[in-house]
Design a protein around this ligand. Structure first.
Ligand code: AMP
Ligand code: MN
Ligand code: MN
Ligand code: MN
Length: 299
């Protein structure tokens, strides 16, 4: 299939993207993407809406992005085609989402203590939509609250010039408003996704927040590979050419597939679906072992 454009990492408003799942599908179609994975943080709550909006010629790969904790740093895993109802994985996702709510409340408390006029109600509105206090119901609905929502509230309150500035000043790892949250160990996360019939890729390995070198340590990647990691996302808009080349080499040495993705967050990242893509043969290689779910097409 020449001309196939595959983007395996995108976000919607179900987590910290700015577009509804159906809108993400519209942007993907407009960008000429034929295979799109929706990978909201810690949730598949957007998949049904995205599936309902599929035009002919666009295939949806159900997925999510898991932020894992490793030695105080954050290692991200893109997971695909798993059974979201598998008991261990479903239990972990519920625990992660619930802790995200508690953590966001604590972050708001610290920011207010520091003098910012950020309110929990406003953060909740930005994250969960509407002013009808859908917040607690949203836990059950699987909608996920994240720091970009808090960052937008900080900007509105005049505490930062933009979202990036809010991370730099307030809520980046180690900042005055930063609070850690419950997260899986990366090797356990790979095992849990594989146990649920899914496959996974190490997301943007050159950008691991909180890691001294900025990158995921290669001995960890080896351990993740032994646990069943299928790919390395070497091509990512935040990677420069040297980093992309380096991580392609790491993937090759470990016998893993190479993926490329946009990690689009809508307005937050400047609408960049399709900005990086995955070769069809790499996609086949990554997804061949998946048994937990199937790619979805229209009709
Ligand atoms: P959380 O999962 O709530 O800890 O938030 C992490 C998310 O914040 C990431 O997935 C990115 O979308 C976003 N993010 C992390 N660091 C930055 C940064 N320095 N500037 C802007 N967005 C960021
Ligand atoms: Mn994000
Ligand atoms: Mn990420
Ligand atoms: Mn992402």
């Amino acid at each position: 299939m020449t001309g196939t454009r595959i983007d395996l990492h995108t976000h919607s408003s179900v987590s910290d993207g700015t577009d509804a799942p159906a809108e993400v599908i519209g942007y993907a179609h407009a960008a000429g993407v034929n295979v799109l994975a929706l990978t909201d943080h810690d949730t598949v709550a957007g998949i049904a809406e995205a599936a309902g909006a599929l035009p002919p010629g666009l295939t949806l790969v159900p997925g999510m992005e898991l932020s894992c904790a490793y030695r105080g740093a954050s290692v991200h895993l893109a997971a695909y085609l798993f059974d979201a109802e598998a008991p261990e994985l479903a239990g972990e996702l519920r625990r992660i989402r619930d802790d995200r709510v508690e953590r966001a409340r604590e972050m708001v408390r610290r920011l207010r203590e520091a003098g910012l006029e950020v309110t929990w109600d406003r953060v909740r509105e930005i994250a969960f939509g509407g002013a009808d206090g859908a917040g607690d119901g949203a836990r059950e609905a699987g909608v996920v609250i994240g720091r970009p929502h808090i960052a937008r509230a900080i900007v509105e309150a005049g505490g930062a010039a933009d979202v990036q500035d809010a991370f730099d000043r307030w809520i980046g790892s180690g900042g005055p408003g930063y609070v850690a949250r419950y997260a899986l160990d990366p090797v356990r996360a790979v095992e849990a996704v594989r146990a649920a019939g899914g496959v996974c890729a190490l997301a943007h390995p050159a950008r691991a927040e909180g890691m001294l070198t900025g990158a995921v340590p290669e001995d960890l990647v080896e351990r993740m590979a032994r646990a069943g990691l299928g790919a390395v996302e070497a091509d990512h808009p935040d990677h420069d050419e040297a980093e992309a080349g380096h991580w392609r080499g790491v993937a090759r040495d470990l016998g893993l597939a190479v993926t490329g993705s946009s990690d689009d967050h809508g307005e937050l990242t400047g609408h960049r679906i399709g900005a990086r893509t995955t070769a069809p043969e790499e996609f086949e290689r990554l997804t061949a072992p998946a048994t937990g779910a199937r790619p979805i097409t229209s009709g």
